[in-house]
Ligand binder design. Structure first.
Ligand SMILES: Cc1cc2nc3c(=O)[nH]c(=O)nc-3n(C[C@H](O)[C@H](O)[C@H](O)COP(=O)(O)OP(=O)(O)OC[C@H]3O[C@@H](n4cnc5c(N)ncnc54)[C@H](O)[C@@H]3O)c2cc1C
Length: 261
């Protein structure tokens, strides 16, 4: 079973600063880490490969320094890793990101399953997985919390919904996004660490992917971040006076008028 895992490097802190001129994240001096949800995607892919055989390929679209995260993915069990990196990819929104990743999946050739994290902790949209499935014309299931069975070219999986869980079946190849309930990611093995140091990590550029440069990066982005701001938080405390019964009445009145009950 050939599996592709999409991984993104994200800031390893929530104390990020926004450049007021460009409305982009100030990444200088901030340590980058593997998006936490993507660690679960990788672990699930490695577990499936251990059961079913095949190869696990880790893919990221990012700047050259994202190679370090791909080496980490190899230390955690990925067989191969590919970095999609080109100045033309800079400034990509979710549409352009999904387009570039979909082109890489096509170039990989036979791929039975693409696994993404449910969302990133920086962009936080959860859009890349479903957009990529649409572009690849593959079935898609989000919030997968358990893969129950893979047999006869089909996969049965459990996905999280607000009211509980849903069991779904889909033909393969398919794209899924996973939640952190799906597994507990392993630590890197000594053998994995050694392999990650010597592994080749090919870099695929826009030209090598054969993509339309009008559809990648800023040029291919359908959205523009025009402003980023932090919401104003207003907190007000009030002490209710009087008899207990009157206080309860008063509280209920306030909750009702505020539309809270
Ligand atoms: C409001 C807003 C502000 C933004 N600001 C900036 C900014 O300041 N600077 C900037 O550089 N970008 C910015 N972006 C980023 C850009 O849109 C995202 O980097 C990119 O499109 C992925 O979107 P996401 O992070 O929401 O991923 P999601 O859709 O939440 O990711 C879901 C899954 O898709 C996969 N995935 C996502 N991205 C990649 C990737 N690059 N490679 C491999 N797999 C991936 C992972 O498996 C991930 O778990 C912003 C996006 C938004 C919505």
């Amino acid at each position: 079973m050939n599996i592709a895992i999409c991984l993104k490097q994200v800031p390893g802190t929530t104390a990020v600063k926004i450049d007021p001129q460009t409305n982009t994240l100030v990444r200088q001096g901030i340590e980058s880490v593997m998006n936490p949800f993507d660690a679960y995607a990788l672990e699930e892919g490695v577990r499936l490969r251990e059961k079913q055989g095949g190869r696990v390929t880790a893919i990221t679209m990012g700047p050259p320094q994202a190679e370090a995260m791909l080496r980490q993915a190899i230390s955690l069990g990925a067989d191969d890793a590919i970095l999609l990196s080109d100045r033309a990819f800079a400034g990509a929104d979710t549409l352009a990101t999904a387009y570039t990743l979909a082109a890489a999946i096509r170039k990989l050739g036979q791929c039975d399953l693409v696994i993404c994290g449910r969302q990133t902790i920086d962009g936080d949209t959860g859009q890349v997985g479903p957009e990529m499935a649409e572009m690849l014309d593959l079935p898609f299931v989000s919030y997968v919390s358990r893969i129950e069975e893979i047999a006869g070219g089909h996969m049965r999986a459990q996905r999280m919904i607000e009211e509980g869980h849903e069991s779904v079946e889909m033909p393969l190849p398919a794209v899924i996004t996973v939640t952190k309930e799906i597994n507990t990611p392993r630590l890197p093995s000594l053998r994995g660490i050694a392999r990650s140091k010597s592994a080749q990590v090919p870099v695929w550029t826009a030209q090598e992917l054969g993509v339309d440069t009008g559809k990648v990066g800023l040029a291919g982005s359908a959205t523009r971040v025009v402003k980023i701001f932090f919401p104003q938080r207003e907190r007000k405390g009030e002490v209710l006076q009087g008899e207990a019964e009157a206080q309860v009445e008063c509280l209920l009145g306030k909750l009702k008028s505020g539309g809270l009950i």
